[in-house]
Design a protein around this ligand. Structure first.
Ligand code: NAD
Length: 512
């Protein structure tokens, strides 16, 4: 495969790096990396050890002492160069993401574009780490806030966005003056190695020390838990499932560390009687089937007004029949495989649960067999099911292409209530041409999610806005807007340029 060569990737690679240097020694255990596309083992990783962890953290700590003193716009300039280098490798990186995760090549390329966009964003943001100046209640006093870097940021990422989510965290963290240690998903480590190699070149060319961007690919008990519990790491950014995130948050909280949590979603689109179905149907299909239903923002529930339920159902079945499933590296396919056999099993469990709980499968529900699907055994049919929102299976996030159709009969407020009746709160959308319905959806009594869209689907957010969700989704915000503030420590400064010492709140404390 040319893209592996273009990225300088070998069959056997170390899984720990201090930014510019790779850690190699005899004690590493090997782990095979297999593609869900064709089931082939295409690389081996030497898993990071506890000693590697200590070395990486020590090097990162030293790098922080230097990096935080480089003016933020100069840090931004390094990120600009990283962005340029990522642009040069967009093609092979996109192909690697597609091959390693199984997502269609268009989405692989889109993911690389996302990190490039973040780098561009960071260049400007590096000149805008603004603090606020306010007025003091005391004469001849000045009161303002400033932001300082935090230190080492631990970044733990999910398999489904093996490059972009790291970019959101590492690049924003870096312009803020932090260094980062990345623990990617063991399911998609090769994209992480490719990114680390690209970054290392830029760091070397700019005579920067090791330790600014580090990588640790290893087991959860050796690397993951260590990172969560480490007091030398003041901030953990965790992206993953609600269950793992809850555990991660608890460990970090126990040491009073900070965490940014980007956890699972259970996203709905409301289709009202006033929806323009020419927009709604393609948005729903992309939202439900993109990345084979393995996006945190995947459309999982469709809440449809009774008066158009049959029409929407028919149009969706027709659209689902036209979905091309197969090798995601072929641009004509809309959907590739699930990430692994565990994911296939949870898809099958969900299909059985739908039927057991009283739902009706309208389309799909089966594993795809025969050539070329059985090469990896990870291909499944995208599935449509009529259900009720309260079914236990509907309340869960099954990370697979299963779209639930839920009917509502009354006002849009009923649809909004159904939409909010899940524990997760990531992304939401409404399709309507009625202004009042749209505003009701966006009001304080409307969608309770971190993302609320009108006449756009639930997935495919732009980097300029803050990204994240409420409730069990964890409350974190990353990427654009003022998300950078979470990567810094805020300091309130009061200065006295007078010749007396008045106390706040008018308190008198006179001593002679
Ligand atoms: P996961 O929870 O299985 O794993 C996430 C990460 O946590 C991986 O790197 C994994 O190795 C690591 N991990 C597992 N156990 C750990 C432990 N004990 N200590 C430290 N690290 C540990 O999730 P996944 O299957 O990789 O990803 C899918 C999930 O991620 C879905 O729920 C999806 O919605 C969510 N997700 C959320 C967002 C978001 O921005 N909200 C983005 C992408 C994915």
């Amino acid at each position: 495969m040319e893209f592996l060569k273009d990225l300088g990737l070998k069959k056997n690679m170390p899984g720990a790096a201090t930014g510019t240097d790779w850690l190699t020694h005899k004690n590493h255990q090997k782990s095979a990396v297999c593609s869900p596309v064709d089931g082939k083992t295409f690389a081996y990783i030497q898993k990071a050890t506890a000693e590697d962890y200590e070395q990486v953290i020590e090097t990162a700590g030293k790098a922080f002492s230097l990096w935080r003193n480089i003016p933020a716009p100069q840090r931004g300039d390094i990120i600009r160069k990283i962005g340029s280098r990522l642009r040069d490798f967009k093609g092979p990186l996109g192909s690697l993401i597609s091959y390693e995760t199984g997502k269609p090549i268009q989405e692989g390329l889109g993911e690389v574009q996302e990190i490039i966009d973040i780098c561009d964003f960071c260049v400007g943001q590096s000149r805008m780490l603004y603090g606020m100046t306010t007025v003091s209640e005391r004469p001849h006093h000045r009161l303002y806030e400033q932001y300082h870097p935090l230190g080492i940021v631990g970044i733990i990422t999910a398999f489904n966005f093996p490059l972009a989510v790291w970019g959101w965290n590492a690049m924003i963290g870096a312009i803020c003056g932090n260094v980062s240690v990345w623990k990617p998903s063991s399911k998609t480590p090769i994209t992480a190695i490719a990114a680390q190699k690209i970054i290392a070149e830029v760091l070397k060319e700019n005579s920067l020390p090791e330790g600014i961007f580090s990588l640790l690919i290893g087991d959860r008990d050796v690397i993951g838990e260590r990172l969560l519990g480490d007091r030398q790491v003041p901030l953990i950014s965790f992206t993953g499932s609600v269950a793992t995130g809850r555990r991660a948050a608890t460990t970090v909280a126990a040491r009073l560390g900070r965490s940014i949590l980007e956890l699972g979603g259970n996203n709905a689109i409301i289709i009202t009687e006033h929806a323009d179905l020419r927009l709604a149907i393609p948005a729903v299909v992309f939202g439900a089937v993109g990345t084979a239903g393995q996006r945190c923002t995947t459309t999982r529930r469709l809440i449809i007004h009774d008066s158009i339920f049959s029409k929407v159902k028919k149009q969706l079945i027709k659209a689902y029949e036209s979905i091309q499933i197969g090798n995601p590296l072929s641009a004509t396919n809309h959907m590739g495989p699930l990430i692994d056999q565990d994911a296939v099993q949870s898809y099958i469990r969900a299909v059985k649960a739908i039927q057991k709980q009283g739902g009706e499968i309208l389309h799909g529900g089966k594993i795809l067999e025969g050539t070329p699907y059985n090469a990896s055994c990870c291909y499944v049919e995208p599935t449509l099911a009529v259900v009720e929102n309260h079914f236990p299976i509907v309340q869960e996030e099954t990370f697979a292409p299963i779209l639930y159709l839920v009917r509502y009969t009354g006002e849009v407020s009923e649809a909004i209530a159904l939409q909010n009746q899940v524990r997760q709160g990531l992304s939401s959308a409404i399709f309507t041409t009625d202004y009042r319905q749209a505003e009701m959806f966006l009001a304080a009594t409307g969608s309770d999610c971190g993302i609320a869209n009108v006449n756009i689907g639930t997935s495919g957010a732009e980097i300029g806005g803050a990204f994240g969700g409420e409730k069990d989704t964890g409350g974190g915000r990353e990427s654009g807007s003022d998300a950078w503030k979470a990567y810094m420590r805020r300091q309130t400064v009061t200065g006295n340029f007078g010749s007396s010492l008045p106390l706040a709140q008018g308190i008198r404390f006179d001593i002679t």
